[in-house]
Design a protein around this ligand. Structure first.
Ligand code: HEM
Length: 116
């Protein structure tokens, strides 16, 4: 069970890498939103929800931390949707939306690692 949990954590980290890596590619490029970012969010969300249940561990989970990460993920998802819509209409993603996506993704990783 513990090994399976570590595999799910690895998948969760792959999702994070896709979302943040996709964003960094855009940062040095067109500053838009790409499909890898959408997929990364979905992968991180599904694996994160699986990790939110207390299986394969022998310690108490920090549900305040997990709830905070879930809210931030929903906001990132909304920003990805709004940004994609705006890019379709006007040809570009508003800078505030673009920067919030990257900063909130980094914030969620920081919360995961630093909030103990
Ligand atoms: C963009 C969104 C997210 C990012 C960037 C992210 C990032 C991370 C990172 C870097 C870790 C590894 C931390 C460590 O093991 O020390 C982690 C672990 C974890 N994440 Fe996320 N996460 C995201 C969304 C979520 C969501 C939505 C949930 C649940 C609703 C969640 C639940 C968890 C749990 C429970 C762990 C700990 C796993 C364990 O130690 O067994 N994450 N996350």
């Amino acid at each position: 069970m513990e090994t399976l949990r570590h595999v799910v954590l690895l998948v969760h980290l792959v999702g994070f890498a896709m979302l943040f890596g996709g964003w960094v590619v855009e940062l040095i490029g067109k500053r838009g939103i790409n499909r890898v970012m959408h997929w990364g969010l979905a992968v991180a969300a599904v694996a994160g929800l699986a990790l939110a249940a207390p299986w394969g561990i022998d310690y108490d989970m920090n549900y305040a931390k997990i709830g905070t990460k879930l809210v931030i993920l929903i906001v990132i998802g909304a920003l990805l949707g709004i940004g994609t819509g705006r890019a379709r209409k006007s040809g570009s993603v508003p800078p505030v939306i673009f920067w919030l996506i990257g900063l909130l993704t980094l914030a969620n990783a920081a919360i995961a690692v630093l909030w103990r």
